[in-house]
Design a protein around this ligand. Structure first.
Ligand code: ZN
Length: 168
C-alpha cells in the first residue's frame, strides 16, 4: 500500500537535496494533467546522481483509466498515467531514486569543475565592456568594463592569474 504522505515528503526531500543555489534555476520537476485524461510527471535528472542511471521501462494497462508508463528520455524521467495514478508515478520514480545507496547525496563536483563554475560566475559578474575609455593594459584595444579600468579579459586575468575559460 502506497503511503501518500511518505511519497510527498520523499519527493520534497529529493527536490530539496538537489537545490544548491543553481540547480533549481535550470532544472526541476513538472507535474501536469493531460487530456487523456491522466497525469504526466517530468523530472529533470541533469546534474543529479540519477542522470546516467539505467531504468527499465515500466508499462502496464489494467483498464481504460488505470495505466502507467515510465521511461527515461534524454536526461528526463518521464511518467504518464491515468487519473488515479499520480501517486504511483511518483512512487516509481522515488523507488528508483532510492536504489542509490545514498539517495539524497548530490553529484560529486571535482575541484576542476568547481573552479570552472566559479570562473564562469566571475566572468558573468564582470559584465560588458562599456568604455568609452580603453582598457589600461598595454596595447589592449578593448573598452573597460563598468567597475574597472581594464577590459573583461584583463580584469579576469588580474584577479585569477590565468586566462578566462574558452567557452565563456
Ligand atoms: Zn584589456
Amino acid at each position: 500500500m502506497i503511503n501518500m504522505e511518505t511519497v510527498l515528503s520523499d519527493l520534497q526531500a529529493w527536490y530539496a537535496a538537489q537545490c544548491d543555489g543553481e540547480w533549481e534555476h535550470e532544472f526541476g520537476i513538472e507535474i501536469k494533467t493531460m487530456d487523456n485524461p491522466g497525469w504526466s510527471l517530468r523530472v529533470n535528472l541533469e546534474d543529479t546522481l540519477l542522470e546516467d542511471k539505467s531504468f527499465g521501462e515500466v508499462k502496464r494497462q489494467d483498464s481504460k483509466d488505470s495505466w502507467v508508463q515510465c521511461f527515461i528520455e534524454g536526461k528526463y524521467f518521464i511518467g504518464f498515467g491515468g487519473p488515479h495514478q499520480l501517486t504511483e508515478l511518483l512512487t516509481i520514480f522515488l523507488d528508483w531514486a532510492k536504489t542509490e545507496p545514498d539517495w539524497l547525496a548530490v553529484q560529486y563536483e571535482t575541484e576542476e569543475q568547481a573552479r570552472d563554475r566559479k570562473d564562469k560566475e566571475l566572468w558573468a559578474v564582470l559584465g560588458d565592456e562599456v568604455g568609452p575609455e580603453l582598457c589600461r593594459a598595454e596595447n589592449c584595444t578593448h573598452p573597460h568594463i563598468r567597475y574597472s579600468a581594464f577590459c573583461r579579459r584583463h580584469h579576469f586575468e588580474m584577479m585569477r592569474g590565468y586566462a578566462p575559460p574558452e567557452d565563456v
